[in-house]
Design a protein around this ligand. Structure first.
Ligand SMILES: Cc1ncc(COP(=O)(O)O)c(C=O)c1O
Length: 392
């Protein structure tokens, strides 16, 4: 049997691989996966609305539904976009099976074999995995505290005529926790306009801001309809329901709908109705406030402990929201070797190297603070501090 060429460029997720090692150690504390806090999943509320849906509209919830998505939910998503100062109608929305599916479809939309995809350096590992089967080349552009270094982007665009798409996570990014400044967002739009490139703006963490003012999404600043905005209910409601959306130009949305027909016909009808009913019955703002309250405490705790316990040569980012922070060890330190020693202490994290599309940077680590309890953060970061202090 001959397999397709794309399989040779696909590789397993470093997070899921680390996850397997962690799962093999019962009681292991994990700062590896990007999981929301289990305490914040509104199980009882979802049970009640599910009961209601099944009693009143069971035959709709368990039947095939429209490819575009559950109409009442689409209407609510239009309002969510309007609150972000994005002018949208139902024609601008496609519901997807998490924003992960929207990332995959976006590569299908714009990328042919051999084309270049621009990402941040480092970028979301799941996006790199979604793009790889399209047999593209990556150009990771370095980031600083204000976002992508746009002079580097311009230098790449001047030389490379094969760039077809720019993918960014401008708010509380996975993996670094960093957020783009307003100026960088405007400038990115300007550059993308000059080269007539689409920007895929992936924003699953935008609502989870602990402090400071909201910065407009790139989509809200976009006057040329070149931004494909990806939203998700995973981080503010229930990741397991797999409900996300695309907001984009209506001609593109028509094409996304055709992709959706071929991929899975529609997103899970019951899950879409559960999200819709939750928005009818409960206050999503309250849910988000609770998430912010809990994650802020954990962010504060993890940052304080890193500053106290890690060797002074270790650098960290300063996330103002979201679920992650990013660690940089001195050059020459190999985070994957340290991971093996950390696992012996029953603590896990993800080495940062795989988040760089063009490789290198083995001295980096992503730490998640949303999933573990405060007690586990104290114990786990303490153990990592002792390990790192012994090692370098
Ligand atoms: C930046 C980013 N985009 C997309 C996703 C996928 O989210 P969803 O659950 O909506 O598919 C994640 C999940 O961790 C993420 O961090």
């Amino acid at each position: 049997m001959k397999l397709s060429t794309r399989l040779s460029v696909m590789k397993p997720s470093a997070i899921r691989e680390t996850g397997k090692q962690i799962a093999a150690r019962p009681g292991c504390m994990s700062f590896a996966a990007g999981l929301p806090s289990p305490q914040l999943i509104p199980v009882e509320k979802v049970r009640k609305i599910t009961d209601k849906i099944l009693k009143k509209k069971g035959a709709i919830a368990l039947q095939y539904g429209p490819t575009k998505g559950h109409e009442p939910l689409i209407e609510k998503i239009v309002k969510i976009m309007e609150e972000k100062n994005v002018t949208a109608t139902r024609e601008n929305i496609q519901i997807t099976t998490g924003s992960q599916q929207a990332i995959f479809f976006s590569a299908m939309m714009f990328v042919n074999k051999g084309d270049t995809v621009i990402t941040e350096n480092p970028s979301y590992l799941g996006a790199l995995a979604a793009f790889r089967p399209f047999e593209c080349n990556f150009k990771g552009i370095d980031v600083d505290e204000d976002g992508m270094k746009l002079d580097e982007l311009e230098a790449v665009l001047e030389k490379d005529n094969n760039v077809k798409m720019i993918y960014v996570v401008p708010n509380f990014s996975n993996p670094t926790g960093r957020t783009w400044s307003l100026e960088r967002r405007k400038k990115l739009l300007e550059i993308a306009g000059e080269y007539d490139l689409p920007i895929v703006e992936d924003n699953p963490y935008g609502e989870i801001r602990f402090e400071g003012e909201d910065i407009p999404t790139i989509k809200a600043l976009d006057k040329e309809n070149r931004v494909i905005y990806l939203g998700s209910f995973s981080k503010i409601f229930c990741a397991g329901l797999r409900v996300g959306w695309i907001c984009a130009d209506k001609n593109l949305i028509n094409k996304y709908e055709i992709m959706k027909q071929g991929a899975d016909l529609q997103s899970n009808q019951l899950a879409q109705m559960q999200v819709d009913e939750f928005l009818n019955e409960y206050d999503m703002e309250e849910q988000i406030k609770e998430i912010i309250k809990v994650y802020k405490v954990k962010r504060d705790l993890m940052c304080r402990l890193i500053d106290e316990k890690f060797p002074k040569t270790v650098k960290r980012t300063d996330p103002k929201g979201g679920m992650f922070l990013w660690i940089e060890f001195p050059n020459g330190v190999d985070a994957s070797k340290l991971l093996q020693k950390a696992l012996e202490l029953n603590v896990g994290f993800v080495p940062g190297g795989p988040f760089y599309p063009n490789g290198g940077h083995e001295n980096t680590v992503r730490l998640n603070y949303s999933n573990m309890s405060q007690e586990q953060i104290v114990e786990g970061i303490g153990l990592l501090g002792e390990l790192f202090s012994r090692e370098f």
